[in-house]
Write a protein that binds this ligand. Structure first.
Ligand code: ADP
Ligand code: MG
Length: 446
């Protein structure tokens, strides 16, 4: 029966998720309404229970076995006799050590393989690799920081996966700072500080994600500091991430701040066009595999890399939405669909351009002074650039015609209308003007 349930799960979860989570399980027995499994680690058990529990129970029910609950015991990988029939599997020997690690689950998608490297993240990536691959503790702590959605959590998980893969007995504890605090508060409440301290001091590698969260939380911070020091003193690797540099986290004590900087501090820079392109290309493969029926025009990818913000999560979300939409309506993904389907994202990531900036850039471009553009002079060499600037002000900002007129040395709104019309016209007849406008627009929107 379990075999058939697995076949169904493989279909509904997809190969990757199935391989990561269901395949490692061995059904031990069904005891009343409880299905008992052996799992290689406790977090796989917890993850499966939380994410696929009801689906698995439904599968059993379909097979006529009324299971309502799943239980998992941890068995060292070597003990799990995968090929043997379930009944003959070794008795569960829960490993207390592993069972106690109260980390957050690791996302199977976040590995070094799926991490796209470019200029903005190459240093952080190299440092993460070094820490994951070297048995010697080289930088301690490794402090990774960067803005939202730039890959900190992805890199942390990648390190944890790699460490666990290369050192099976290693106790790698990954958790968010929030989890850390939660555990700490629980330990205080249940007067269980001793086991809390023992637990955190017994790991080989401690990874705390988004450490800025404990800023301003004094007792948690204090406990974190002690844990941190104890591990570093034992030469155990500590890896920390935050959304900003240690020096910029407010509300943490100076001694903690300076300790955080002892090892290696590296940052993830905002993505650039090239990196976004690389990431999109790699995510595209996944989407195409999931939606083999959908077609996408090459230039859409280029457009997205240009126009969507530096946050990779938003970029991924955009691609996912496009594919879902295209698959629903059965249309090929082209620029029109992209603009329609992502209107909100595109608006949000559009940088606000000001008229002052436009005037400055246009003046620069034509080698004029800003005052020339605002003056009353009518010489062609000045009047034309002024019209270009007004045109850009109208098309790139949401300012009204009278407002634009005012900013251009107090001109009338009809002058602005005339300028906009004129440039519209020239864009079709004068390739130099068309090029200038396009170039300026790109510079201003970049
Ligand atoms: P952070 O923790 O810095 O806020 P995450 O690590 O959660 O960001 O990354 C947000 C999303 O973007 C994740 O789905 C992650 O897989 C993806 N991502 C970020 N950087 C990269 C990259 N360089 N290559 C591939 N995917 C990336
Ligand atoms: Mg994160």
């Amino acid at each position: 029966a379990w075999g058939r349930i697995c076949t169904d799960l493989q279909k509904s979860l997809g190969h990757e998720a199935y391989k990561s989570w269901i395949d490692p399980l061995v059904l031990d027995c069904v005891d009343g309404s409880v299905a008992k499994f052996n799992a290689p680690t406790s977090f796989i058990g917890r993850w499966v229970d939380r994410n696929y529990g009801s689906q698995i129970c439904a599968g059993f029910l379909k097979e006529g076995v009324p299971v309502t609950k799943l239980a998992f015991s941890v068995v060292r990988a070597a003990n799990v006799a995968k090929a043997a029939p379930a009944q003959a599997a070794m008795p569960a020997t829960p490993s207390a050590a592993e069972d106690e690690l109260p980390g957050s689950p690791l996302d199977p998608k976040y590995t070094f393989n799926s991490f796209v490297v470019g200029k903005p993240n190459e240093l952080a990536h190299a440092a993460a690799r070094r820490v994951a691959e070297n048995r010697e503790v080289s930088f301690n702590p490794l402090f990774l920081y960067g803005g939202v959605g730039l890959g900190k959590t992805h890199l942390m998980h990648a390190i944890a996966w790699k460490l666990q893969e290369e050192n099976p007995g290693f106790r790698v504890l990954y958790l968010s700072a929030e989890q850390f605090m939660y555990r700490f508060v629980q330990a205080l409440r249940f007067k269980d500080m001793i086991s809390f301290k023992e637990l955190f001091r017994s790991v080989d590698v401690l990874m705390v994600d988004d450490v800025q969260f404990i800023a301003g939380k004094d007792s948690t911070q204090e406990e974190f500091f002690h844990t941190f020091n104890a591990l570093i003193d034992q030469n155990k690797q500590v890896i920390i991430s935050a959304d900003r540099a240690p020096g910029e986290i407010e509300g943490i004590e100076d001694r903690i701040r300076s300790r955080l900087q002892w090892g290696l501090v590296v940052d993830l820079h905002p993505t650039d066009f090239e990196l976004r392109l690389g990431i999109l290309q790699s995510k595209l493969e996944g989407q195409l595999a999931m939606h083999p029926d959908v077609q996408i025009e090459e230039k859409v990818i280029d457009f997205l890399a240009h126009r969507i913000s530096t946050n990779v999560r938003v970029l991924e979300g955009a691609l996912t939405r496009l594919f879902a939409f295209a698959s629903l309506v059965g249309r090929r993904i082209d620029l029109d669909m992209t603009q329609e389907c992502l209107a909100d994202l595109l608006r949000a990531s559009q940088r606000k351009v000001t008229i002052e900036e436009i005037i400055r850039k246009v003046a620069d471009h034509y080698n004029l002074r800003m005052n020339d553009l605002l003056s009353a002079r009518r010489a062609r060499a000045i009047a034309r650039p002024r019209q270009v600037a007004m045109f850009l002000a109208k098309t790139l900002t949401s300012k009204s015609l009278p407002e634009i007129g005012r900013k251009f040395g107090g001109r009338d709104h009809t002058t602005v209308i005339h300028a906009v019309k004129k440039i519209e016209e020239l864009k079709h007849t004068d390739s130099q003007i068309a090029e200038d406008v396009e170039l300026l627009r790109r510079m201003l929107e970049a």
